[in-house]
Design a protein. Structure first.
Length: 277
């Protein structure tokens, strides 16, 4: 029986009717990202995008690693097409990075563009392509045992699917040099200092904490979160004045939503009361 037939490389389930949970499921391979895993993750992201009842997606994994990166060991699950495994020209390498890698670039972009929040929960080491996947998510949560690295520098290259650009944009050149240029690892606490993860939790109970955060997101106004996701990305690329215009454009639509008046009235009723959250 083949590995593919034994167990899907990605498992999905719907929790509370609104949270799509996708679990990387190659623990014996340290959750190396395979062709099948990419196909199943693509299906999951499109399911999130196209299903109104789904409000948020959680990506997590099982085993000793969150992910050891792209599967480069060969065989029919190798993430790199056989046509490009031994490129003979610089052009072939560039085309591989643009079009191949089993559509990594396209999927990471789609994850950024879907107007719903995507959360990733790192319980253990997150490496290479697994980290590039995570950089495309909206929220990154870490257990105390999590760690981060881009090992590509150890064999003389750079991360191949937008790891350099996304890490630099998120954490700045200072920390990008640490992970990519110096080839140094970061533990969970350093990742928090870098701005790579939003919060660090104790190992015990971590998965439930991640689900609770997703439950919190699922209760938020979906239109507002979608507009915020787009506006934040745009504002990161423009100056202050244009950023203000983006805010005005987004709010001009959001304030026409009946939920705006209702939500504001409910909020004002609660001002000054003790919150349970």
């Amino acid at each position: 029986m083949t590995e593919q037939a034994e167990a899907p490389h990605l498992l999905t389930e719907i929790v509370d009717g609104s949270i799509l949970v996708a679990t990387l499921n190659r623990p014996d391979k340290l959750n190396a990202i395979s062709r099948q895993m990419m196909d199943l993750l693509t299906q999951a992201v499109l399911q999130l995008r196209d299903t109104p009842e789904l409000k948020v997606m959680l990506i997590r994994s099982a085993g000793r690693y969150f992910s050891s990166g792209a599967d480069l060991r060969g065989g029919d699950q190798n993430i790199v097409s056989t046509a490009y495994q031994r490129p003979t020209s610089a052009r072939a390498i560039r085309e591989n990075h643009r079009l191949n890698l089993n559509n990594m670039q396209q999927l990471w972009d789609e994850m950024e563009h879907v107007e719903k929040p995507i959360v990733v929960a790192h319980h253990a080491m997150c490496v290479g392509g697994g980290l590039e996947l995570s950089l495309s998510c909206d929220f990154r949560l870490a257990a105390k045992s999590a760690g981060y690295a881009f090992p590509e520098g150890l064999f003389g290259v750079l991360p191949a699917s937008s790891g350099v650009s996304r890490l630099t944009r998120l954490c700045g050149p200072h920390w990008a040099r640490w992970l990519i240029m110096a080839n140094k690892k970061a533990d969970a606490d350093m990742a928090f200092t870098m701005g790579l993860v939003h919060q660090v939790y104790p190992d015990e109970g971590f998965q439930e904490e991640a689900l609770d955060f997703c439950r919190h997101l699922a209760k938020q106004n979906g239109e507002q979160m979608g507009a915020a996701k787009v506006a934040i990305e745009l504002c990161a690329d423009v100056g202050r004045d244009q950023g203000r215009n983006i805010e005005r454009m987004a709010n001009s639509a959001l304030m026409l939503n009946p939920d705006y008046i209702k939500g504001m009235e409910e909020y004002l009723k609660g001002v000054g009361r003790k919150s349970k959250n």
